[in-house]
Ligand binder design. Structure first.
Ligand code: PNS
Length: 159
């Protein structure tokens, strides 16, 4: 069985993330979307909120599960018998970090493979940070996030 992990901060999930999830679920038998702490970033949404939003938007895909883990990605993957990581790639600016991450994970766990999936062109500019910046400034993020989670995302900026 081809099991993959799609790790990320998902703070919050965007249409770009969902596009990678959908496309992965078509070519892989089992996709685990894992919310992991990124030590380089302070999160806006709690792990519980991020998992809840991901569960809502992935409900239509029976071979996609959502989970979270505080620790090393390879530790979680090994515990769950997963040895393929999927990372989305938007632009050259993403490359340095995801490339380093892939090499670190390979060093820590030589059986771990990382596959890069090119973004859908229409989401190449999109990131969780951009969504938060627009929402924070009162802009319309409807075209950037899945409709099911729009209200949860903007609620952070309405109080
Ligand atoms: O969505 P992001 O913030 O680009 O995702 C980065 C993430 C969370 C996948 C990465 O920071 C990660 O794997 N963190 C878990 C800790 C870990 O395993 N670090 C070593 C590899 S960089």
């Amino acid at each position: 069985m081809t099991k993959v992990i799609y790790p990320g901060s998902f703070d919050p999930v965007t249409k770009g993330h969902l596009d990678i999830i959908k496309r992965s679920s078509k070519i892989m038998e089992q996709v685990t979307v894992a919310v992991l702490e990124n030590p380089r970033k302070i999160a806006t949404y709690s792990i519980e909120e991020r998992v809840k939003m991901l569960k809502m938007v992935t409900e239509p895909y029976p071979n996609v599960t959502v989970d979270y883990y505080k620790g090393l990605l390879i530790e979680y993957a090994q515990n769950n018998n997963i040895n393929i990581v999927i990372k989305g790639l938007r632009a050259m600016s993403d490359f340095e970090f995801v490339f380093q991450m892939a090499l670190v994970n390979q060093k820590l766990s030589p059986s771990m493979e990382t596959l890069f999936m090119m973004t859908n062109n229409k989401y190449s500019f999109l990131s969780s940070s951009i969504v938060k910046e627009i929402a924070c400034l009162g802009g319309d993020i409807r075209s950037l996030v899945p409709p099911e989670v729009h209200n949860i995302i903007i609620a952070k900026y309405q109080s």
